[in-house]
Write a protein that binds this ligand. Structure first.
Ligand SMILES: [Zn+2]
Ligand SMILES: [Zn+2]
Length: 175
């Protein structure tokens, strides 16, 4: 009887002191809301769905970004010539002053959206952590080359800038 009391007392004392699963000497009562492990302030990561441990957050990121290693290469290889052709065509449109800039503004965002869409569909809609950056860089390079081929113009620069920013918006924030 006396033994039993001691045992249950020990259990109570033990479960009273909760420590981090990674740092055994840091006391904590915070648990990961996915796997339930104990974690200290240093290990906890605040996510939109609550506090989670680093391992669970890393797993989430991996599941979200499901791109294959070749995906960014494919996306870049397509975005660059497409942007060059689009900017080249834009250069063929005679400049109409303010009206020309208006066309470049509109056509640039349309081209950026189209290229981003093609780049996204081309890799079976897989998401890459840096695909927005690669596509944006390739549009910038392709757009600059295309603009230079048909002769440097303000409309070409505006066209390329609009295409880059629209593509970033589509790939980074859109989906
Ligand atoms: Zn966890
Ligand atoms: Zn910890």
């Amino acid at each position: 009887m006396a033994n039993q009391t001691l045992d249950s007392q020990q259990t109570v004392v033990e479960s009273d002191v909760l420590t981090c699963a990674v740092h055994p000497n840091i006391e904590t009562s915070l648990r990961c809301n996915k796997c339930g492990r104990l974690m200290c302030n240093r290990c906890a990561v605040r996510t939109p769905v609550g506090y989670r441990c680093r391992e669970c957050v890393r797993g989430q990121r991996k599941a979200f970004f499901n791109a294959q290693p070749a995906d960014p290469i494919i996306q870049g290889a397509v975005s660059l010539p497409l942007a060059a052709i689009a900017a080249g065509l834009m250069g063929l449109v005679p400049g109409f002053g303010f009206f020309g800039l208006l066309i470049a503004f509109w056509a640039g965002s349309a081209a950026g959206a189209l290229i981003a869409d093609i780049a996204y569909r081309l890799v079976s809609k897989r998401r890459g952590e840096y695909s927005w950056l690669i596509v944006a860089a390739c549009i910038a390079i392709g757009g600059t080359v295309g603009t230079m081929i048909t002769g440097f113009s303000l409309t070409g620069v505006l066209f390329t800038a609009m295409a880059v920013s629209t593509a970033i918006g589509r790939l980074r924030l859109g989906r």
